[in-house]
Ligand binder design. Structure first.
Ligand SMILES: [Fe+2]
Length: 148
């Protein structure tokens, strides 16, 4: 499986959201790299799966905080989409543990989900946030996304 290349068309225009998305994609690409080159991979797939879960949760927390401070009117639906994905990832992680799913398949699924979510859901959130950059930066300072 090829790594997924980030393209500027996926930027929604809020730096915090865009940099989170790029980090998530880097982790997903790490799992593809690990599948393609299992002997030279820097970290184990199981650790990558844990990282994917942790970063996704942190990113959702940051996006939901941003929605609250910007008084986003579609917060309930957007949060529900995050909750559905979170539940699904728990199930998929269990499937990996049982050997029913590979980490590559998980990465493939999450890349598709992320790209669709960016263009169909996050895009509208970002459009609502125009002009609120200072408020966003201030509110997210306390919930930093860790370095990979
Ligand atoms: Fe989102």
């Amino acid at each position: 499986m090829d790594k997924f290349e980030w393209s500027s068309q996926y930027n929604v225009g809020v730096e915090e959201i865009d940099s989170d998305h790029r980090k998530l994609l880097s982790i997903l690409n790490m799992s593809i790299e690990s599948v393609n080159h299992p002997n030279t991979a820097e970290i184990e797939l199981t650790d990558i799966v844990k990282k994917i879960t942790a970063y996704t949760q942190k990113h959702f927390q940051r996006e939901e905080t941003l929605m609250e401070v910007c008084e986003y009117p579609h917060i309930i639906n957007h949060k529900a989409a995050h909750a559905r994905l979170t539940d699904h990832v728990v199930k998929l992680t269990e499937d990996i543990d049982k050997g029913k799913l590979t980490a590559e398949e998980l990465a493939q699924f999450l890349i598709s989900w992320l790209i669709e979510h960016i263009s169909e859901v996050d895009y509208y959130l970002a459009a609502h946030c125009v002009g609120k950059e200072k408020l966003i930066t201030e509110s997210l300072k306390h919930i930093p996304m860790d370095d990979i």
